[in-house]
Design a protein around this ligand. Structure first.
Ligand code: URA
Length: 477
């Protein structure tokens, strides 16, 4: 096994050099583990140099372009995926043109997500003025990009604000421009970004002056400007008021011309004025929850996850299942319960006669908590503060779906649903009254059924699980 230690999370050159040497030396992707140097020496690490092959392999410009962007994705699997593609390229020169290839699909998805993150960063970074020294003004911005695009995007800001001294602080890395040199330092704490801003008034006035609801579709605006960014935008404070007045104006417009697009604008305006669109406001639809969960920074788990995974199922579902957190496969697919635990869950649902498509299936924690062990991402149980931070989303899902029965699968889900711990063995088989008038049912987690070592105990736990699913369904019917 070759362990390659890259210098940083965005070390494309390091990856390229090591990958080239490994590929030339015929080292299979299955025998390579890619890690990022955390500063600790590892006595067991083998260097990835001198593989003994002759002549560097050549790849197309389009592969290099793709790799440079994919490296910026937060998925821990990105280096591995890129090396697998590189490994396959000599035998399949047109690999990147095969749209159905699994590796190509994943790489293209990551590339798209990275491009989108860079685009959002360019659009939504807002500088606040600070006094750097006597007579010297500097600007600072705090931003949390969805992927590690800060270094790649910094030259854009340098071109745009060449004469301005600025720092862009992010949790990953900070970019500093002193009008001559661009430098990078380690990631920062949100507290380092000043909250008050001399530019705020300017932005607000500018924004109010340019906001024209007859031309701007509110729904499109909300889509373009996810809540994650509103926190950075002084003008966001104006949005509730603007959308309220926009509603009145668009309603007049609709009365004169009741076209479907206009109706859509009114509906969007109504939604927009119902909930104040800033960080902390309640999402009004499942689509908003899905976008919000992916952008969530309420705890640190987002940092190592591919994406946030919201629930799935009809908004009118009478039955809601709550699991623990997305696993490895759910993290990649963006859907709950699609991996081994999901298969066990599906089997038991079938046996209990509960149609999954009629239920809303979600998790207490929406990002995958894990640790890297070689190539594997090993599940780690979320702790109480992480469950508590994520209850905000679970409660929003419950408010929107309003299920009659909520089934908590395992201990983490019990904590997420009830706000406290209960012993599953003693609490299963009965209905609890929940605060929102729904009934709560507690049962085993499907992964637990996969882990029980003793065959007899396993069969018993499975039978109890099926019985509990049947019981929950009977409460709904
Ligand atoms: N385990 C869970 O709790 N949820 C999932 O979505 C997958 C595995």
């Amino acid at each position: 096994m070759r362990v390659v230690r890259l210098a940083s999370e965005t070390d494309f050159e390091g990856w390229r050099e090591a990958a080239r040497a490994l590929r030339t030396g015929g080292v299979s992707p299955a025998d390579v583990v890619w890690t990022v140097d955390d500063g600790a020496a590892d006595l067991f690490a083998e260097p990835a140099q001198d593989e003994g092959g002759a002549g560097a392999i050549r790849v197309s410009r389009s592969f290099v372009d793709l790799a440079q962007r994919v490296v910026l994705h937060r998925s821990p699997a990105r280096f591995d995926l890129l090396y697998r593609l590189l490994w396959r390229l000599p035998e399949t020169p047109h690999l990147l043109a095969q749209p159905a290839d699994e590796d190509v699909v994943r790489a293209r998805d990551m590339e798209r997500q990275v491009d989108r993150a860079a685009h959002k960063m360019k659009a939504f970074v807002r500088f606040r003025s600070v006094a750097a020294a006597a007579d010297e003004e500097a600007y600072v911005a705090w931003f949390e990009p969805a992927h590690r695009v800060t270094e790649a995007t910094a030259p854009f800001f340098v071109r745009r604000f060449a004469n301005m001294r600025f720092s862009i602080l992010t949790p990953d890395v900070c970019a500093h421009w002193d009008t001559e040199t661009l430098r990078f330092t380690p990631g920062a704490d949100p507290a380092d970004a000043p909250a008050e801003d001399a530019l705020e008034a300017f932005w607000r006035t500018y924004y109010a002056a340019t906001f024209n609801p007859a031309r701007v579709r509110l729904s499109a605006m909300r889509k373009e400007m996810p809540k994650r960014y509103w926190r950075n935008l002084p003008e966001a404070a104006l949005i509730p008021e603007l959308t309220r007045s926009a509603q009145a104006r668009t309603e007049t417009m609709v009365a004169q011309s009741p076209s479907e697009p206009a109706r859509r604008i009114v509906r969007a305006a109504r939604r927009a004025s119902r909930d104040a669109p800033y960080e902390g406001s309640a999402p009004a639809t499942l689509a908003e929850i899905a976008a919000g969960v992916d952008a969530c920074r309420r705890c640190h788990l987002w940092k190592d996850a591919t994406q946030g995974v919201a629930g799935e199922g009809p908004e009118t579902a009478r039955l809601m299942f709550v699991g623990e957190q997305p696993g490895d496969q759910e993290d990649l697919a963006g859907k709950p319960f699609v991996g081994p635990a999901g298969q066990m869950f599906d089997r038991a649902l079938n046996e209990a006669g509960v149609p999954r498509r009629e239920a809303y299936v979600t998790n207490a924690v929406k990002h995958f908590k894990h640790e890297l062990r070689g190539k594997r991402r090993l599940h780690k149980t979320p702790d109480a503060p992480e469950i508590e931070a994520c209850r905000w989303w679970l409660e929003a899902e419950r408010r929107i779906v309003r299920p009659r029965v909520v089934v908590a699968l395992g201990a983490t889900a019990v904590r997420g649903v009830m706000g406290k711990s209960l012993p599953i063995g003693k609490s299963r088989g009965q209905a609890f009254q929940l605060e929102d008038q729904a009934q709560g049912v507690v049962t085993w987690h499907p992964s637990y059924l996969l882990r029980v070592p003793d065959a007899e105990a396993k069969a018993r736990a499975y039978a109890e699980f099926v019985q509990d699913l049947r019981f929950a369904w009977s409460l709904v019917a």
